[in-house]
Design a protein around this ligand. Structure first.
Ligand code: BG6
Ligand code: MG
Length: 212
């Protein structure tokens, strides 16, 4: 087999939280008088919460103190967490669970590599922890994607060299992080990418057929 482990991004790969982020950030953008639409929301994919806030604030004519930024980020996260509470195991389709089980049964180590500080909560809502040998998330890293830290740390957590791991991502920042970490990358979905990934697949269910 070409790989010994797979590191999955969470948001946009294993589940769809995009609409919740959109709704929660939209209110922030309105409050600070900044434009916000799907194109701007896409730029926030894979990027940390505070860096996402900076991207939104760059569209505002006002300036903000660090304390105001902290408040805006906290309020956004409170709205986002309220929306995440709607999630349930039904939000991870059986076909995705079957794909994860097939990959694991083939002897691959499976890990999550997410910039989100809400990853543990999301995995709990989905009842999805049991599929993974390790979870590395936004609470464990100093630099978020496109820095490779979350992926190299996830590889270390499952005892593998980065070159033996495949990253699965939906975001340009994640593709760049995988390359910076020396890992192949499978991109799911249709977001524009700065360069060609190793694989382009429709979704996670297509992964076993692509690499096994
Ligand atoms: C990433 C999302 O997984 O997590 C980003 O793609 C988000 O959009 C980032 O900004 C940080 O998320 P959180 O949950 O810590 O605010
Ligand atoms: Mg993502």
């Amino acid at each position: 087999m070409k790989y010994k482990g797979i590191i999955f991004d969470l948001d946009g790969v294993l589940c769809s939280t995009d609409r919740f982020h959109f709704e929660a950030w939209k209110q922030t953008a309105e409050e600070v008088g900044a434009p916000f639409d799907e194109t701007i929301n896409m730029k926030l994919r894979g990027v940390s919460r505070m860096e996402s806030l900076e991207i939104i604030l760059s569209g505002s004519s006002k300036t903000f103190t660090d304390a105001e930024k902290e408040r805006l980020a906290t309020e956004k996260n409170d709205r986002y967490r309220n929306l995440l509470a709607q999630m349930s195991p039904a939000d991870m389709p059986a076909a995705v669970r079957d794909a994860l089980t097939a990959l694991h049964n083939a002897g691959l180590k499976l890990a999550v590599g997410s910039s989100s500080k809400n990853a543990a909560y999301i995995l709990e809502r989905l009842d999805a922890n049991r599929y993974f040998d390790a979870v590395c998330d936004g609470t464990m890293i100093a630099h978020s994607k496109p820095d490779p830290e979350v992926f190299t740390k996830a590889a270390a957590m499952v005892g593998l060299a980065p070159a033996d791991c495949l990253v699965v991502e939906d975001a340009a920042a994640g593709l760049e992080a995988a390359r910076a970490g020396g890992m192949d990358c499978a991109i799911v979905g249709t977001a524009p990418m700065p360069f060609e990934p190793t694989y382009h697949i429709q979704d996670v269910t297509k992964l076993p057929g692509t690499i096994l």
